[in-house]
Design a protein around this ligand. Structure first.
Ligand code: OOB
Length: 553
């Protein structure tokens, strides 16, 4: 057995044994599960993107080719690889190639910019980076050129697209070259051995929505992430007939593994990739590819419902519209049922693990009003008050969970882990929930300090720390303001230094040009104040502040 990755919190030995004995963990790696699926479904279509359409055999051919290059370059066994590709075929190839040789994809977003990538690549000591040349008008090659000098562990930059910088490699050139020609000379036996991951090894690094100043890295093992996809595929009816459409950012846990791309490809189904979740893209791809399974955030669904083309589009192939990432209110939920039929499934999940969902055949009331129940009989949940005591049935409290696919700790974060996990290994989700009489969970709010902007999570503290470094700013608090479509948007409330001024345009400019953060984190409102409401101990009371800001809006 290889020792666990340093900085990773493993499950206790007795629990590991139990999860294996009960068959949650099968002792298989994601790479070998992928190979078995390829063998069983070789001539079926695996991935469709634009006019590219690959069978399992063709996909596996590319995966294996890339895997050989990874081995040649010693990007194997525990090496971290920044994934910043959008929804393109190259993502799927790179993902399974890494899983096969034990390199760990770090699930970054195309939306991330210098600040996020620099921090995350440095924190994880990433050795390689997959990126597009350009996407939505942004030049990733230029960003990589700027950042690479400050990232000493970064050895390889692989670009999907035609334009590369010096010392970078075109993805297409790697795939054109069968590799392995240099393998005999350069690959030591040691590298080859390290290129065979164990089921208990970290397979993927997901990112936490984050409640602290810096994003947290979530280690998902082969055992747990494979089970995550399998159990969710089983309860949501994903099989070889499934046609999954992914238009949300592909590296998010939801479209990647719940059951997502992983679950669909392991079942012999078909994955269709689309560039954006807007109505036009989704409607045309559903019609063209006869899509059956569709993950979405509520903001997208509301957009589709409000688009007049919905009545002219044939959406009858859809069997499951899985909506999650942020709260779907009962009103759009009801409209979804009347426009699209009984296909709605609410999903309440988290990159840390636990997945809850309603099930096909549940009463309409459950599907409309609740966020569902845990996916596995191995999931343990409890709803607790501020003292950690379980609340009485139907009362609101914080949700805590543990189970065969919920992490026991963030990567390299011992101090944060002491606060985020209980002594008996439950993850404190920060979500305030109540148990519906049907046994399903209703998400009522949250304790954690973040803004959920249409499913994309923004840590208030992270943005506050950046705003505090603006010369005009004396103090700041970032709070969520309600939004009909996105659910929430961020509002920055600031106190200014005497004699200074600040507009939203100034602040945006500062955060984008000087701090270089992802655009989705930008506050969309600014409120200049001369005082903040405070708590009894003199801290800013975000609860009162949120109410004051809402009152003024
Ligand atoms: C998903 O994962 P994350 O890690 O981006 O965010 C998790 C958080 C939850 O703790 C909760 O605060 C919120 O997102 N959330 C919901 C929700 N689904 C997620 N809040 C209310 N209603 C829902 N249905 O967002 C995620 C991961 C896997 C599957 C689906 C979503």
């Amino acid at each position: 057995m290889t020792p666990p990755l340093e900085g990773m919190v493993p499950w206790p030995a007795d629990i590991t044994e139990r999860y294996r004995a009960r068959g949650y963990w099968t002792g298989e790696t994601l790479g070998s599960a992928f190979d078995r699926s390829v063998a069983a479904h070789a001539d079926r279509v695996a991935v469709v993107e634009g006019d590219r359409r690959l069978t399992y055999r063709q996909l596996a051919g590319l995966v294996d080719r890339l895997a050989r290059h990874l081995v040649e370059r010693e990007i194997v066994g525990g090496a971290r690889v920044v994934f910043q590709l959008p929804n393109v075929l190259e993502f799927v190839v790179a993902y399974f190639a890494c899983l096969k040789v034990g390199a760990i994809p770090l699930a970054c977003l195309p939306a991330h910019r210098h600040a996020e990538i620099e921090y995350l690549a440095r924190f994880t000591e990433a050795s390689a980076w997959f990126l597009p040349s350009t996407f939505r008008g942004f030049d990733y090659v230029a960003m990589a050129e700027e950042l690479r000098a400050g990232l000493p562990s970064l050895r390889e930059i692989w670009v999907a697209g035609d334009r590369v910088g010096s010392g970078m490699t075109r993805f297409a050139d790697l795939l054109a070259d069968p590799g392995a020609t240099r393998a005999a000379a350069t690959t030591r036996a040691v590298t080859t051995a390290r290129a065979h991951p164990q089921p208990s090894d970290v397979a993927v690094f997901q990112l936490s929505g984050g409640t602290t100043g810096l994003p947290k890295v979530i280690p998902r093992t082969h055992d747990d992430y494979l089970y995550n996809s399998r159990v969710f595929a089983a309860i949501t009816g994903v099989d070889r007939e499934t046609v999954l459409l992914v238009t949300v950012p592909i590296s998010h846990n939801f479209p990647l593994a719940c059951p997502g791309i992983q679950g669909t490809l392991l079942a012999g189904g078909r994955v269709v990739l689309g560039p954006s979740p807007d109505a036009e893209t989704v409607f045309s791809l559903v019609e063209r590819e006869r899509v059956t399974w569709l993950p979405a955030v509520p903001a997208s669904v509301i957009g589709w419902l409000n688009d007049p083309r919905i009545t002219r589009t044939d959406l009858t192939s859809v069997r499951t519209l899985a909506v999650g990432g942020s709260r779907l209110n009962p009103e759009p939920a009801r409209r979804t049922l009347s426009e699209m039929g009984p296909v709605l499934m609410q999903v309440f999940g988290m990159a840390e693990g636990l997945l809850c969902s309603t099930r096909a055949g549940d009463p309409a009331e459950v599907i409309v009003e609740t966020q569902g129940r845990p996916a596995s009989d191995g999931d343990e949940i409890r709803i607790v008050d501020d003292d950690g005591k379980e609340v009485s049935p139907g009362q609101i409290g914080e949700l805590q969970c543990r189970g065969p696919y919920t992490i026991r700790g963030y990567y390299r974060a011992p101090e944060h882990n002491r606060a985020a996990f209980t002594d008996d290994g439950f993850y404190r989700t920060g979500d305030m929930v109540r148990m519906h009489p049907s046994g399903n969970i209703v998400v009522e709010g949250r304790k954690k300090d973040l803004i959920n902007r249409g499913g994309e999570k923004i840590s208030a503290e992270e943005v506050e720390n950046l705003i505090l470094s603006h010369p005009a700013v004396l103090n700041v608090a970032v709070v969520a303001v309600p939004d009909e479509v996105l659910g929430e948007r961020a509002c920055a409330c600031v106190m200014l230094r005497p004699g200074t001024t600040l507009t939203l345009a100034d602040l945006t400019d500062f955060l984008l040009r000087e701090k270089r953060i992802a655009k989705f984190k930008l506050p969309e409102r600014l409120q200049v104040r001369d005082r903040f409401p405070t708590t009894a101990v003199g801290k800013i009371s975000k609860k009162d502040l949120r109410e004051e800001v809402r009152g003024l809006s």
